[in-house]
Design a protein around this ligand. Structure first.
Ligand code: F6P
Length: 348
């Protein structure tokens, strides 16, 4: 039997799933095997560390997973720091499972927990994941490119039916705090108006954009709206219900319907809504996300091997590098002004 001499690396995937997670897991296992580490897969995000549910990962267990969406480890939105007894269990399981290092793959919530545990002595490396692309410390999170390609294809399809019926199509996309998916997907799909959390807008302004388009003979329009968009003059963001997740986030959804009803009421244009929802998070990752996830996974293990815990891997330009976890997630990365200005050139 081969004995692994460099210690045990555990890996978990937390928060909303996203295409490319399996690429990270595979890369971590491949690189860690090469560098003589034992690898443990923690089930269902932080919940697995609280419960002590884990399984050893081998080259065999990650074979063939690169093109698969989701995560073979499962995920959850568990916050292990909410409750002192969960936190105690977590630390006991770190000891029981002989975890020397942890790779936490997640968005702002999962990485926020990682940062706090790092401050308490856990040797952890963060890997930024979210289709929302809103993590400050990196130029891009994996999963975003796949979500954008799904939104682009949907807009392409909606164009033909919108034109045939001379309708306004409102497309609601994900984007809780930021409008990256809406802006980049909308630009790629040729949207006529893009509504994002960064830029609240009045219904009058939105309708003015559509009327301008109609006045030059284009009798159909595509409006992309991020779920976290706030219609100026209306109540706060639109939520599905009163529930919040363990990190205190509301269940967003429904702004597309509100915008569509208001457009129809103000302009008289026949309007329909498409909510893309979790379709944006499902299925096979794009080539870009597979490669980004792979590069992040390799870098995460290399940072451990170089004795640099407490870091988050990141993309800066074309280079994979790292930033201290403590700096990487202090604020959200909002859509650049330059990108918004470019999108606005094509409104109306
Ligand atoms: O992961 C981020 C995100 O995709 C947000 O854009 C969205 O609000 C949320 O996840 C939805 O999460 P859930 O899977 O809990 O419905």
């Amino acid at each position: 039997m081969v004995t692994k001499s460099n210690g045990t690396i555990a890996i978990l995937t937390g928060g909303g799933d996203c295409p490319g997670l399996n690429a990270v897991i595979r890369a971590v296992v491949r690189r860690a095997e090469m560098l003589d580490y034992k690898i443990l897969g923690i089930k269902n995000g932080w919940l697995g560390l609280v419960k002590g549910t884990a399984e050893p990962l081998s080259l065999l267990s990650v074979s063939g997973i690169l093109p698969r969406g989701g995560t073979i480890l499962g995920t959850s939105r568990t916050n292990p720091l909410k409750d002192e007894s969960d936190k105690k269990e977590l630390w006991e399981n770190v000891k029981k499972l002989n975890i020397d290092y942890l790779i936490a793959v997640g968005g702002e919530d999962t990485l926020g927990v990682a940062r706090k545990l790092a401050a308490e002595g856990l040797k952890v490396i963060g890997v930024p994941k979210t289709i929302d692309n809103d993590i400050e410390g990196t130029d891009q999170t994996f999963g975003f490119d796949t979500a954008v390609s799904i939104v682009t294809e949907a807009i392409d399809r909606l164009h033909t039916t919108a034109e045939s019926h001379q309708r306004v199509m409102v497309v609601e996309v994900m984007g809780r705090h930021t409008g990256w998916i809406a802006t980049v997907g909308g630009l790629a799909g040729g949207a006529d108006c893009i509504l994002i959390p960064e830029e609240p807008m009045t219904i009058e302004k939105i309708c003015g954009i559509l009327e301008r388009r109609h006045s030059r003979g284009r009798l159909f329009s595509i409006v992309v709206v991020a779920e976290g968009f706030k219609l100026e003059g209306y109540k706060e963001v639109v939520t599905k219900d009163q529930k919040v997740d363990p990190f205190g986030h509301a269940h967003l959804g429904g702004i597309g319907e509100v915008v569509a009803q208001e457009i129809e009421r103000h302009t008289g244009y026949e309007t329909r809504v498409t909510v893309l929802g979790h379709v944006q998070r499902g299925g096979s990752p794009t080539a870009f996300d597979r490669v980004l996830g792979t590069r992040y996974g390799v870098k995460a293990v290399d940072l451990i091997h170089e004795g640099k815990p407490g870091m988050m891997v990141c993309l800066k330009g074309n280079r994979i590098t790292s930033v201290p976890l403590a700096e990487a997630i202090t604020k959200l990365k909002r859509v650049d002004r330059e990108l918004i200005d470019t999108a606005e050139i094509f409104y109306g």
